[in-house]
Design a protein around this ligand. Structure first.
Ligand code: FHN
Length: 413
């Protein structure tokens, strides 16, 4: 895979649509809500689509968002260029259903990509294969309710489908030719049609030709470089690279009725759990209809960022650390330095097992750089060997315990 992605650690997901003006979850309300997304509302497709006409997010501040992302440790950002609702946040010659034909008019995808790159953040495009607005898909109507996974809306006749696939491939070509280097393409919605219908292999060939360095997620059926568990940290890490995408509350896009926010601390714990198992966390934010981020989400990003700035070396640019039995909690590694993340309290000392104890050079509390006292122990007979495995017990002074997660760095020569 790509070295940068393997150890990226933290990405930012951005779910946004004109319907954010109505405070609606993205796309699902037009199908009648959804069992999976507990806060998704039920409105008619007509009502859902109506807010495209007034979309004018004058408070959208891509430079501010990119700065906040960089300050929070974000390494890549993925924007919904087009969700299942079919509305494109970019200018497309292949449809009128886009930001170009709204009061705002400017190309949000371009503004996003330019702003992220200016802050050194890699650029990712989310793109839904399913399109509940395009007549050839066909568009989702009241007759298609209730929504059934993989069965609605029904497959159209061959000609309509061929036209749709041309438009869909064409829009992806537009995204991959007009916006500079695109680091990640993040597909979604592939469950509604069979793999052959998407012409997945042809699409992959086009993508790799246009953007040879790109990473493709696993949701274009039969294609993909990495796995995307959703809203969940897998107990056993997938065999290949993976990324957990997760919302801060229970909605992907701005929903003022959803107050089910995770605490800032639990988001930091999730980041540690994910990177400790070799994954990346793609943490979602949801701009409001005017483009501004809700204060609850800014607060969480800032809190996370303040912790990441103090513990950057332990979560960014690292790989999975020790085996689960060696330490009660996540751990990461960068070369000869092992980081143990202390998520559970209380503790006076922390014991890490199965280390080459004679090679432990030093232990520091990462945020302050304070060197910590430690003792080692091996089995009596093992201790007669040259390079025995044993345990290291580290004293952690109470005043160095972090409110969220304390990290100890162990240097093993
Ligand atoms: O239906 C979407 C949902 O709205 C959201 O975009 C998530 C992000 O992974 N993906 C889909 C469900 O798997």
């Amino acid at each position: 895979m790509h070295a940068w992605f393997d150890t990226a650690g933290l990405g930012l997901f951005i779910h946004w649509d004109h319907a954010s003006q109505q405070g609606l979850e993205i796309s699902w309300p037009l199908t009648g809500g959804g069992g999976v997304l507990i806060h998704a509302q039920d409105v008619t497709p007509e009502q859902y689509h109506s807010s495209a006409a007034t979309f004018d997010p004058t408070a959208w501040d891509p430079a501010g968002l990119a700065r906040l992302a960089r300050e929070s440790g974000v390494q890549y950002a993925v924007l919904t260029t087009k969700h299942h609702s079919g509305f494109a946040l970019f200018h497309t010659k292949l449809s009128d259903w886009s930001i170009e034909h709204t009061p705002y008019g400017r190309d949000i995808v371009r503004e996003f990509a330019d702003a992220m790159r200016a802050e050194g953040i890699r650029v990712g495009f989310y793109f839904s294969l399913s399109d509940w607005h395009h007549p050839d898909y066909p568009a989702f109507t009241l007759e298609h309710r209730p929504y059934r996974f993989g069965r609605t809306p029904p497959m159209p006749d061959e000609e309509s489908w061929a036209r749709f696939v041309d438009v869909m491939h064409g829009q992806i070509r537009e995204l991959l030719t007009g916006y500079g280097t695109v680091d990640v393409i993040w597909f979604d919605g592939g469950w509604e049609r069979r793999p052959e219908a998407w012409k997945a292999k042809e699409l992959e060939a086009m993508i790799r030709e246009l953007q040879p360095g790109i990473i493709i997620n696993d949701r274009l059926p039969t294609v993909g470089d990495y796995e995307t568990p959703e809203q969940f940290v897998p107990p056993t890490p997938p065999a290949r690279k993976w990324e957990t995408c997760m919302t801060m509350n229970e909605s992907w896009s701005w929903n003022p009725a959803d107050h089910d926010y995770k605490s800032p601390r639990s988001l930091i714990h999730t980041l540690c759990e994910v990177v400790g198992r070799g994954g990346n966390l793609l943490l979602n934010v949801s701009p409001r209809g005017d483009g501004s981020l809700p204060p609850e989400q800014v607060e969480r990003l800032e809190h996370l960022g303040s912790w990441v700035r103090r513990h950057r070396d332990a979560v960014l640019g690292v790989e999975a650390g020790l085996e689960a039995w060696q330490h009660y909690g996540p751990s990461t590694r960068n070369g000869s330095r092992v980081f143990v993340h202390l998520l559970a309290r209380p503790y006076d000392t922390v014991t890490v097992r199965g280390l080459k104890v004679r090679r432990v050079e030093r232990v520091v509390e990462l945020a302050s750089g304070t060197e910590l006292a430690f003792t080692t122990r091996t089995g009596i007979l093992d201790g007669w060997g040259d390079d025995p495995d044993g345990e290291v017990t580290i004293t952690v002074p109470a005043d160095l315990v972090d409110d969220d997660v304390t990290v100890l760095a162990i240097d093993i020569v």
